[in-house]
Ligand binder design. Structure first.
Ligand code: BGC
Length: 748
């Protein structure tokens, strides 16, 4: 009797919690809740736990039996529409309650038409093209019956050794928040119930990108303040953008696996942020808590995960095998199960699956012209011009002969990048093909790759490539990484170019011909020597299906590059982790450091300067965050931040004059950084707070205005409260994190 009363009270509490979310204020929201409660009321405990079970199908017959029996709520990795409909028909027409399945797939940067990897999309600093790209991917994937994608990945990634940096939007919380929200808007469209929409999934919750040493799946040690100031903001933005689901991460943070971390899953995600979507574990991350040494067996793992707030078990089958007994034994409350099932059913209702469970393939959208054009634009905007001495690029007026070399010039599979399950390489347009097709009537192209693939160590082809270069007027070397070298479980201890690529480049440079290096990779590689010996360098994070034409048009100046680095490029491996928004130290480096070659023999202990830097790598990275050149030049002047103090609830309003002072039309990413000069805790040297993409014709000027709410300067301070510290700040407006016009302001 007493137990019943407690359960009833808990149920009431759950209802109260549920009613917190804004959606329930609307008529449609209330109607959805009513349907959820009606259905929940009809379900047995076993059927409820069945909804919490996600499987990656193996044998159709076996799966069908489980679906018919109400033991499965979701499947992943079915992409044949006929198969999707066959299994859905069993769920809808043959299971007792007819609850449709949620069909999931990792649609990470395109489904069939492949966009640049997310790190490349972040380099566009253009949320509009990113949103369009995600919409395109949703349209293609949903035409095969997929309605839930495990994207966006919004882990802050500050270590290029970690292969999954490729899937991230880089090192910055603000840029990642903006890009993640754009992807969510694109995937989910105007309405989740539109059959062409995918439910998005913000992953991996949380701190996964901080894996020790960049080794995938490894432990993280992120204290709460850093978690809240750096790793959580993109996830909060995801909730604000209406993200339908979250995925827990594989890592343990300070000893607690994310899949059992009720502090982040319940206190932060549900109670503080009022998230009413669904939480799924990562692939077997529930049962892996046994291997972590955090759970004794699968029952323990299932209980810890569900009690912490994981609604759905991705393929470990710990829930389906053990939760019913756990409920009966009182280790998991019925209320906990009901809440999880509510979250799952709510998503199914929001997706309109009960009304339209079957695949709606009204038109063929895969690889359609419109999608190829979106992928091409995204690729164009993602390419970063890192170096351009003596205006080596563009090649616009060049005639004569071009030697094309390198293992990435014609590697249709590799340029697609990581996490491509569905895109076919036969649709890829490589740089070599595009150069021939688009510019072959203007220039003669000799192709001698020199190496067969990025890890190729054989020197036997290099002489031929050099001989071809000798006959050419300019050399373009396409270097980089094969797709398999980045992505999940593909961490590297050495992030320099693999194989004999550097040897190839050295040999090509010895010809004395103008040397353009184009790098296609899944991470920021250490390319210090390669940049030094090249006359021009273009960096393209794996650019996807349309990378070829995008790069060819940039090389020939039809398109002016506008990408900016979404992540800092290290000068040397040992600089990692290196990122721009590091905290202010008590002994920051300045330009006076003595480097290793300058130190006299028997130098005095303090003669090199007692500041924070490496004797052998200096004080700066190879390329800072937010960096990228253009064929034109932009001049900043007249920053007019009004003097005086601004209230904490005010707006920081300012403008700057931007002039295209060069010889080409072009786009500049105007970036705004802020430093809090003295906080209740030490603050980053600079933090990105806003940016705008501005296109200017040559000779054109424009005043670019910003209005940044002062609340954007808030952080979690000494007392672990969130707020803006009154006091002095510096603001920079400029072309990268490393320079800009500055002005001081005060907040009271
Ligand atoms: C990855 C997730 C992915 C899942 C399903 C896991 O190994 O960590 O990012 O969504 O597999 O494929």
């Amino acid at each position: 009797m007493r137990k019943n009363r407690i359960l009833a009270a808990m149920a009431m509490a759950a209802m109260t919690f549920v009613s917190c979310s804004t959606d329930y204020e609307t008529k449609a929201g209330r109607e959805t809740e009513r349907k959820v409660e009606d259905l929940l009321g009809k379900m047995t405990l076993e059927e409820k736990i069945g909804q919490m079970n996600q499987l990656s199908p193996w044998d159709f017959g076996e799966l069908a039996a489980k679906v018919r029996n109400g033991e499965v709520g979701s499947i992943l990795n079915y992409t044949d529409p006929e198969l999707v409909d066959s299994i859905q028909r069993i769920a809808v027409e043959e299971s007792r309650l007819g609850i449709p399945l949620l069909v999931a797939r990792d649609v990470v940067h395109g489904y069939k038409t492949i966009l640049p990897i997310p790190l490349g999309q972040a380099a566009t600093f253009n949320p509009e093209i990113v949103e369009k790209g995600a919409r395109m991917a949703a349209t293609e994937a949903s035409s095969d019956g997929v309605r839930w994608t495990f994207a966006p990945m919004i882990d802050i990634a500050r270590d290029p050794r970690w292969g999954r940096i490729a899937e991230s939007c880089g090192e910055d919380p603000y840029l990642t928040s903006v890009m993640g929200a754009a992807m969510i808007r694109g995937f989910q469209g105007d309405s989740l119930s539109d059959p062409s929409s995918l439910a998005a999934c913000a992953k991996h919750f949380v701190a996964y990108g901080a894996a020790e040493g960049g080794r995938d799946y490894n432990s993280t040690y992120i204290p709460e303040r850093l978690l809240r100031n750096v790793y959580l903001p993109p996830f909060k933005s995801a909730v604000d953008a209406g993200c339908a689901s979250f995925m827990t991460s594989f890592n343990d943070n300070d000893g607690v696996p994310s899949t059992a971390n009720s502090f982040v899953l319940r206190n932060i995600l549900r109670d503080e942020w009022k998230f009413d979507g669904m939480v799924v574990s990562d692939w077997t991350s529930i049962s892996e808590m046994i291997v972590h040494g955090f759970c004794t067996d699968a029952t323990d793992a299932a209980e810890k995960a569900v009690n912490a707030g994981v609604d759905m078990d991705m393929v470990s089958e710990a829930y389906i095998n053990h939760l019913a007994a756990s409920v009966k034994e009182g280790n998991v409350s019925m209320n906990t199960i009901d809440d999880a099932v509510r979250n799952i059913l709510r998503l199914k209702f929001r997706l309109g699956l009960f009304e339209s469970p079957y695949v709606s393939t009204s038109q063929e959208v895969k690889y359609c012209d419109e999608h190829l054009e979106i992928a091409r634009k995204a690729a164009e905007q993602s390419v970063i011009l890192l170096k351009n001495s003596q205006e080596t690029l563009p090649l616009s007026d060049r005639t004569g002969t071009i030697a094309v070399a390198g293992p990435m010039a014609d590697a249709p599979y590799e340029q697609l990048g990581t996490w491509v399950f569905d895109g076919e390489k036969s649709y890829t347009q490589t740089p070599l093909e595009a150069l021939r097709a688009l510019y072959g009537d203007k220039v003669d192209i000799i192709y001698e790759p020199g190496l067969c693939y990025s890890r190729d160590k054989s020197m036997s082809g290099i002489a031929k490539a050099v001989a071809a270069a000798g006959k050419a007027d300019v050399i373009i070397a396409f270097l980089g990484e094969e797709a398999i070298l980045s992505g999940e479980a593909h961490s590297l201890a050495n992030v320099e170019l693999q194989g004999a690529q550097t040897e190839l480049l050295r040999a090509l440079s010895k010809t004395g011909k103008p040397l353009v290096t184009v790098i296609m990779a899944g991470r920021p590689l250490v390319i210090t020597e390669e940049a030094e010996i090249s006359d021009a360098v273009l960096y393209s994070f794996h650019p996807g299906t349309m990378g070829g034409p995008a790069i060819a048009d940039i090389l020939f100046g039809k398109v002016n590059p506008s990408g900016k680095t979404p992540v800092t490029f290290p000068r040397m491996l040992g600089q990692i982790p290196v990122y721009y928004a590091q905290n202010q130290t008590g002994r920051p480096a300045n330009a006076e450091e003595m480097l290793i070659e300058e130190i006299p023999v028997e130098a005095g202990q303090t003669s090199v300067g007692c500041r924070s830097f490496y004797l052998d790598a200096g004080t700066s990275p190879l390329f800072p965050f937010g960096y990228g050149l253009s064929y034109t030049s932009f001049e900043y002047s007249g920053l007019d931040l009004p003097a005086g103090s601004i209230p904490r609830d005010g707006e920081l309003t300012f403008s700057v004059n931007l002039k295209n002072a060069g010889k080409h039309d072009g786009t500049e990413i105007v970036q705004v950084y802020v430093q809090d000069k003295a906080g209740s805790v030490t603050r980053p040297v600079k933090e990105l707070k806003a940016f705008q993409r501005i296109f200017l014709k040559k000779g054109e000027s424009r005043r670019v205005s910003f209005s940044v709410p002062v609340s954007e300067l808030a952080f979690w301070g000494y007392d672990m409260k969130y707020g803006v510290d009154p006091g002095d700040f510096t603001l920079w407006v400029g072309t990268s994190s490393a320079n800009g016009l500055s002005a001081d302001f005060n907040v009271y």
